[in-house]
Design a protein around this ligand. Sequence first.
Ligand code: ADP
Ligand code: GN1
Ligand code: MG
Length: 362
Amino acid sequence: MNELKLDALKQVENFLIEGKVKYCEPYGNGHINDTFLVVCDTEKGEHQYILQSINTKIFIPAEVMSNIEKVTDYLKAKSNNPRENLILIKKANGEAYHIDESGRCWRVYEFVTDSLCLERPESVEDFKECAKAFGKFQKDLASFPAESLFETIKDFHNTPKRYNDFLKAVSQDVCGRAKEVEAEIAFVKERESFYSVLLDANKRGELPLRVSHNDTKLNNVMLDKNTRTALCVIDLDTIMPGFSVTDFGDSIRFGASTAAEDEKDLSKVKLDIGLFKAYTEGFLENLKDDFKPSEIMLLPEGAKMMTIECGMRFLTDYLAGDTYFKTKYPEHNLDRCRTQFKLVKEMEDNWDTLKEIVKKYC
Ligand code: ADP
Ligand code: GN1
Ligand code: MG
């Protein structure tokens, strides 16, 4: 990381930042990009930036950055407040990203000042604030020209395709790990008939394609650190046409669990129904008039789909030798997979309750 940090210090100078760089530190808990906090000394005091090296194993920089520029410009027209919208800092030649000599791709954002983001909701209100932010984000983009967006990761939430990739990883078993995860493999296979329910609903006209965020984790919303109200949705790498219910679902997967995504003690992993309820209320606050009842009724399926899909992706990566998600120890992806499957089970056990909760909004 030190080498990368030195590199980061050098790369930030390519952008039109204010003042002189005072320090640059690795920052945040993302699984995909390398993120740094950059603090500069200016005449007016300290100025903070977020510097990121985009994961070019996963993303084509020109495509991701084209989407982000278009979306942030569009949202700027709705609010010019720098705490409410991500602001890209450009290079002197107007470009929004920089490719260095080694092929790494860098970008810089204004730091959302006096904000925080959470790994776990500290209260029901925190979670509801995030729900409102993602609901508003979707509402604000309702008329955005979806055809102008690149599909930055093909078939990102195409669960049947994810299932095929999983089956391939099982049969290839490149690390010889399949034997120790037979129960987890069986768990995924037993649910095969579920994986197409959202795509089927879309084909029947019950679930429209919308411009969606596709990575709606709690830590992708910045909250005001004093009032705890939601300010800004971040991590726009996967904005593409998708389903509202999967945006809802990914938030539930991550935020309505009573434990961290990589908790080893599965007895701590439960679905918090109160949080599910609060998120539903917050998410639909801005959206329910635009949604058909069929779309609202599929919210629990969205939650279960994102949870089983994410568990399947962690397991696939474990079988393939941990090449996609950043890991801190050898069984990290396996631990993450197990929490997801426990949550899926919790959702199945509480299915009627989840359906009752969303039905009220139809
Ligand atoms: P990843 O795709 O790796 O998750 P993110 O864009 O979500 O990357 O950034 C990782 C973390 O950096 C976020 O969870 C948040 O803590 C912090 N962060 C990112 N952008 C900003 C910003 N503009 N202002 C403040 N913090 C930010
Ligand atoms: C990744 O980038 P981050 O950490 O917000 C992943 C999501 C997963 C999530 C699991 C581009 O999100 O799809 O749901 O990890 N992002 C990408 O925590 O694959
Ligand atoms: Mg993130």
